[in-house]
Design a protein around this ligand. Structure first.
Ligand code: ZN
Length: 350
C-alpha cells in the first residue's frame, strides 16, 4: 500500500531539435537529476525514441526506489496532433512527418506516457511554478521566442488544445503581410519576424544590401551572427542592431495586440532566448500594443478598468523560468493530467 508520505516521482523529457533533456522530479525536491543527450536526427526517429527510453530507464532505476511513479511527461516540437500523439511536418525534427511519437514511446517503455507540445509544457511550468503562480492568475498566454515561435495558452487552469491539438499557433499569426516567407507556407508570420532565427536573418539581409557597416565588422569578428551577439551590439550602440530589435518588438506588439483584444487574459508571458533582450524590444512592443489594442489601453496595470482583474490588470512580462521551463513543464505534466485544477498545489512542496 502507498502511504500518504510516499513521494511521487515523475520523469520529464524535453525533446528538442538539437538536444534532448531528461529529468527525474519530485514536488518535494524539484529536479533530482537531469541528463542531456544529443538528438540524433541523422538516425531514424525510433533511434531517438530508444535514446529517450534508455535515459528514462536509467533515471527510474536510480530514483524510483521507495517512491511511486506518478508518470512520464514529454514536451515535443510541434505541430502535434492530439490525442493521437502524431507529428506533422515538424520544422525542427526533419524526417519525422507522420511519426507516432506517443505510441512508439509507450510501446518501448511498456508504460503510459503523457505528451504535449513544447510550448504547452512551457506555459504549464510558468502557470504552476513561475509567473502564473506568483501573480495568482488562472489564465495566461505564452510566446516562446527560440528557433521558431511557440505559443501555449492556459484558460481557467486548463491547457487550450483546440479541436485537433493544434490550438495556440500564434507564431503563425501574420504581422507583416508582405514579410519574409515562413516555413508554414505563409509570409510575415510572427515566427519570421521575432524568433532568434528572424533576428539573425534580418541582420544578414542588411549586410546583403551593403548596409550596416557596424554589423559587417561584427560578422568579421564573430564569424557568424547570433541573436545574442546582435543584442550586445545593440546595447553597445549599433543603430542597425537597435533597429532590428525595435522591429522585433513591434512585431511582438502587433501579435500581442490581437491576442489581448481577443482573449482579455490577465497575463502574457514572453519566453525563449530572445526574451533575454527585453530591454531592447519592450519599448516598441508596448508602444505598438498600446496603440493597437484598446483592451490593453483600458486594462494595463495602472488603468481604471484593470481594477478587479486577477493579477492587477493586463500584464505582459518576460518569462520567469528561462530555459528550464520546457523541462520543468514536462516533469509536472503527470501531476497536471491527474490533478488538473490543482496542479499548483501538487507541485508545491509539502
Ligand atoms: Zn508561418
Amino acid at each position: 500500500m502507498v502511504s500518504e508520505n510516499t513521494q511521487r516521482l515523475t520523469i520529464g523529457v524535453d525533446l528538442g531539435g538539437t538536444n534532448l533533456r531528461v529529468a527525474a522530479y519530485t514536488a518535494e525536491t524539484g529536479v533530482l537529476e537531469s541528463m542531456v543527450l544529443r538528438t540524433r536526427l541523422e538516425e531514424c526517429p525510433l533511434t531517438v525514441v530508444d535514446d529517450m527510453c534508455g535515459a528514462i530507464q536509467q533515471l527510474l532505476d536510480k530514483h524510483l526506489d521507495g517512491r511511486v511513479l506518478a508518470g512520464i511527461g514529454i514536451g515535443s516540437p510541434g505541430p502535434l496532433e492530439l490525442p493521437a500523439g502524431r507529428l506533422h511536418h515538424p520544422p525542427n525534427l526533419p524526417g519525422w512527418d507522420g511519426f507516432g511519437l506517443l505510441d512508439a514511446m509507450q510501446e518501448r517503455l511498456g508504460r503510459p506516457v503523457l505528451l504535449e507540445s513544447d510550448a504547452n509544457v512551457a506555459v504549464l511550468a510558468e502557470y504552476a511554478l513561475g509567473l502564473g503562480k506568483e501573480l495568482g492568475v488562472d489564465s495566461l498566454c505564452m510566446l516562446t521566442l527560440g528557433t521558431g515561435v511557440g505559443n501555449g495558452i492556459i484558460l481557467d487552469g486548463k491547457l487550450w488544445h483546440g479541436a485537433a491539438g493544434m490550438g495556440g499557433e500564434a507564431g503563425h499569426m501574420t504581422v507583416l503581410p508582405d514579410g519574409p516567407e515562413c516555413g508554414c507556407g505563409s509570409h510575415g508570420c510572427l515566427e519570421v519576424c521575432a524568433s532568434a532565427t528572424a533576428v539573425v536573418k534580418a541582420a544578414e539581409r542588411l549586410l546583403a544590401d551593403g548596409k550596416a557597416p557596424g554589423l559587417a565588422r561584427l560578422k568579421e569578428e564573430k564569424t557568424r551572427f547570433t541573436a545574442q551577439n546582435l543584442a550586445e551590439a545593440a546595447r553597445a550602440g549599433d543603430p542597425d542592431a537597435q533597429q532590428i530589435y525595435e522591429e522585433t518588438g513591434r512585431a511582438l506588439g502587433l501579435c500581442l495586440a490581437g491576442l489581448v483584444n481577443i482573449l482579455n487574459l490577465p497575463l502574457y508571458v514572453v519566453g525563449g532566448g530572445v526574451a533575454n533582450s527585453w530591454d531592447l524590444l519592450s519599448p516598441s512592443l508596448f508602444k505598438e500594443l498600446e496603440s493597437r489594442s484598446y483592451v490593453y489601453a483600458l486594462t494595463a496595470p495602472d488603468r481604471a478598468a484593470s481594477h478587479g482583474m486577477p493579477g492587477g490588470g493586463t500584464r505582459v512580462l518576460p518569462a520567469r523560468l528561462g530555459a528550464e521551463a520546457g523541462l520543468l513543464g514536462a516533469c509536472i505534466l503527470p501531476f497536471y493530467s491527474t490533478e488538473r485544477e490543482d496542479v499548483r498545489a501538487a507541485v508545491t512542496a509539502r
